[in-house]
Design a protein. Structure first.
Length: 179
């Protein structure tokens, strides 16, 4: 039986993960366009885009952090099933639940420490070397994606440990083999 409150929260997490992934793709695309532009400018004028490397680093870090929630939602992490392929479904759910819980803890710690790092870097006034961009922007932009991924992993852990399918979270129709 569907639980409206849980399904509503699952829908919110899924939509946010989708929006974050699209924003992450846009950041990666912007980095690619800037890199091509810099190479073209260097070939044509001898002058690249100033700070192209640091801008690319910022954009790709942002892109990765924004795509992590979607990756977690889809279960697209690397899983080695060699040792677990012959386990009963209940044991596999338990291990998946523990793994999702550990992932939630790790992602929450990363989000927290990245936020703390943003505050510290802001207080220090640290900037990038060439463009003099505030470094705290980069740190602060990483925390939301990591935090959302932590929430998704926590919900996955809850579903796994209670023996419930991940269908509502993934937005797929319920199936018997969804566990």
């Amino acid at each position: 039986m569907a639980h409206p409150r849980r399904d509503g929260f699952a829908t919110l997490l899924r939509r946010l993960a989708s929006i974050f992934a699209l924003l992450g793709a846009a950041a990666a695309l912007a980095a690619a366009i800037m890199t091509v532009s810099s190479v073209a400018l260097r070939a044509l004028t001898g002058q690249p885009v100033q700070g192209d490397v640091e801008l690319t680093q910022f954009a790709i870090a942002l892109s990765i952090s924004l795509c992590v929630p979607w990756c977690q939602l889809q279960g697209a992490n690397i899983i080695v099933g060699f040792f677990t392929q012959n386990l009963r479904a209940s044991r596999l759910r338990l291990l998946d639940g523990i793994g999702a819980l550990l992932m939630a803890v790790m992602l929450a710690l990363l989000a927290w420490r990245t936020g703390v790092g943003a505050v510290a870097v802001h207080a220090a006034g640290e900037t990038s070397m060439i463009r003099a961009l505030p470094m705290w922007w980069v740190y602060a932009s990483l925390a939301p994606g990591l935090g959302l991924a932590a929430l998704i992993a926590l919900m996955q852990a809850s579903l796994h440990l209670r023996g419930l399918p991940l269908d509502a979270l993934r937005g797929t129709p319920a199936t018997d083999d969804a566990l």
